[in-house]
Design a protein around this ligand. Structure first.
Ligand code: DGT
Ligand code: CA
Ligand code: CA
Ligand code: ZN
Length: 581
């Protein structure tokens, strides 16, 4: 069992114990253990099973928890959890995912109205009964209804990064089977949507049927959902991600890639257009209507070309203007991962990162980068030991010195400075002025009214040192919706002030969302794509940021960290003199 899964069981149980109003100390110890285990570098299950090791060597794991862990590794659950699940329906866990409702509120709802499911909850809100409970009101009712809607939209979806990892794992296994020619993932994964509903994998070659067999007999297949001559579907892994695999003749591969990449909306327009030209397009190929002659099918390029379009990068296939652009020859030349020269948002052991500045610099240099910015937290994030003015100034001086004595790449001194509730920066301007690059981020007071949140950003944009706005909408995919504010107004002012917008590449954020990227570009904004890495391995998440940028129609010229070092330094200098003037 993986650490993440163990952590999930502990968290879940702690949540239910909170609904049950149990001892806070016990609850906290489960939660602490969960977060320690989630980020523990070794597989905890291996330690549990190893008679020469003791789990109590892991900080935060005491005697009691070591028994719990042993039980989890043995049978996938533990007594406390079973007790809780016997007392509350498993659907109570679903209720906990509704934003705006904590365990205490759920306990109240359970007690007063026997609310057991999301449907129950929705009914209670619609009947305006929630507001009669202590500390709840009409406003919360509205908020909960909105959260329920968001929850239903995201239910059964998975992070892009998780989809990617699962697809890569399976694809490698298929590719190793005899008689397999091509293995490719299509669907929303190929389009780079921030979440995926299921995986659509296409396989060609004389051994393609073997791939279907491999899938349905896979030890991680929880359930076979369907199996035919050229298609198989299973629900895969503990997460039960649906995987569809299709076996194809190779002359249909391009047509199938085109069809199953979607989006549906994109395909509908393409097919309609084909018919106007006397052609019919399906997953097997492009055929003439009259004689049913094959006109294209082996490659996607041929299909698009035969229909009068340039080949369209999958990230753009959402029927949002890409088909017109492909006819007119005005598709953008999208930014690519290989064009990224640096990473401008990362944390170190100074605050809540796991590696030192030098370790991060070395990991970034190994990726071929020319520069990075170290941007630890500011003091408002006291929990993560954020920097105050004195430490900021000291850090800037230290980075100047380190750059002189041989780092593997250029390091810029930076800060992820909190934007306070009223839009003020958490650190004084004279201290910020010592740094090469300041990111401003919102980490608190997410619940402001839209107008207040807009003003907060507008005021932050007045700061002469602010260079980048970090993860601007605050969304956490599948967990937290963006807070409401007037994005277009803020983007317009950012463009005018020369402040760049971050595309945070962390897979659970992907913030800015791609629609926002595109509209901000139209308003003249520039962008940075950064990982917000808290450890060296997170630097690899850059690819997801680049995909999001591509879905926002960005070219290399729009992305500041796609500039080489001298170009980037010049941009920083320019920004600074513009501010002073
Ligand atoms: P997802 O899985 O919800 O993240 O989104 P997709 O886009 O991967 O959707 P999915 O898996 O249902 O289907 C994959 C692609 O196959 C879809 O983007 C377009 C194509 N497709 C599937 N079913 C239909 C259909 O009934 N009509 C059309 N036109 N295309 C379809
Ligand atoms: Ca899909
Ligand atoms: Ca599918
Ligand atoms: Zn942040």
């Amino acid at each position: 069992m993986e650490n993440k899964e163990i952590a999930r069981l502990l968290h879940e149980t702690a949540d239910l114990m909170e609904v049950a109003g149990e001892d806070a100390f016990r609850i906290r110890s489960y939660r602490n253990a969960a977060s320690v285990i989630a980020s523990y570098p070794e597989r905890v299950a291996d330690i549990v099973c190893n008679p020469e090791r003791k789990v109590t060597e892991i900080p935060g794991i005491g005697k009691g928890l070591s028994l719990v862990l042993a039980e989890i590794c043995q049978r996938g659950s533990f007594e406390r959890r079973d007790e809780m699940l016997a007392r509350y329906p498993a659907s109570a866990l679903e209720l906990l995912k509704i934003q705006g409702l904590g365990p205490k509120s759920i306990a109240l709802l359970y007690e007063h109205y026997n609310v057991r499911t999301v449907d129950d909850l929705e009914r209670i809100c619609r009947e305006q009964k929630l507001r009669s409970l202590p500390r709840m009101g009409a406003k919360l009712e509205e908020k909960v209804l909105r959260s329920i809607e968001a929850y239903r939209r995201s239910a059964g979806r998975f992070l892009l990064s998780f989809g990617r990892r699962t697809a890569d794992e399976l694809s490698a296994e298929f590719a190793a089977l005899p008689g397999i020619e091509k293995v490719e993932a299509a669907g929303s994964l190929r389009r780079g949507r921030e979440t995926v509903g299921d995986l659509d994998i296409l396989v060609t070659g004389p051994g393609a049927a073997e791939a279907l067999n491999h899938l349905v007999t896979h030890p991680k297949a929880q359930e076979v959902l369907g199996q035919g001559g050229n298609k198989a579907s299973v629900s895969f892994g503990l997460e039960r991600l649906q995987v569809d695999v299709r076996a194809l003749p190779h002359e249909s591969f391009g047509a199938a890639m085109q069809y199953f990449t979607g989006s549906k909306e994109h395909n509908v327009v393409l097919r309609t257009n084909a018919i106007k030209q006397g052609l019919t397009l399906n997953e097997y190929g492009l055929f003439t209507l009259e004689e049913n002659q094959r006109a294209a099918g082996e490659s996607e390029e041929d299909i698009y070309q035969r229909l009068g379009y340039a080949w369209i990068p999958p990230e753009l296939r959402e029927n949002c203007g890409e088909l017109e652009a492909a006819q007119e020859g005005t598709l953008p030349k999208l930014v690519e991962l290989s064009q990224i020269r640096g990473d401008l948002h990362m944390h170190t052991t100074e605050t809540d990162g796991r590696a030192t500045l030098r370790e991060m610099a070395e990991a970034a240099a190994a990726l071929g980068y020319e520069y990075i910015a170290i941007t630890d937290h500011s003091k408002a994030l006291a929990m993560s030991n954020g920097l105050d003015e004195e430490r900021v100034v000291g850090f800037a001086a230290q980075v100047r010195e380190l750059n002189r004595d041989g780092l593997p790449l250029r390091v810029f001194s930076g800060l992820e400075c909190d934007i306070l509730r009223d839009g003020a920066m958490d650190i004084s301007e004279d201290a910020l002025a010592e740094l090469d690059l300041v990111i401003g981020s919102v980490h608190s007071y997410f619940n402001l009214e839209a107008a207040e949140m807009t003003d907060r950003f507008l005021r932050a944009l007045e700061s002469p040192s602010l260079r980048i706005i970090g993860h601007m909408t605050g969304r956490i995919l599948l967990q937290r919706e963006p807070y409401p504010f007037d994005f277009d107004r803020v983007a317009a002012k950012a463009a005018q002030r020369g402040v760049w917008l971050e595309i945070n590449a962390s897979p659970e954020r992907l913030d800015l969302p791609s629609q926002f990227v595109r509209s901000a570009k139209r308003r003249g904004c520039r962008f940075s794509i950064s990982t917000d890495a808290h450890r060296p391995s997170h630097l690899h998440n850059m690819r997801y940021g680049v995909i999001t940028a591509r879905r926002g129609w960005l070219e290399a010229a729009d992305v500041m960290n796609a500039q080489n070092l001298s170009g980037f330094e010049a941009a920083l200098r320019l920004a600074r003199t513009a501010r002073v003037a």
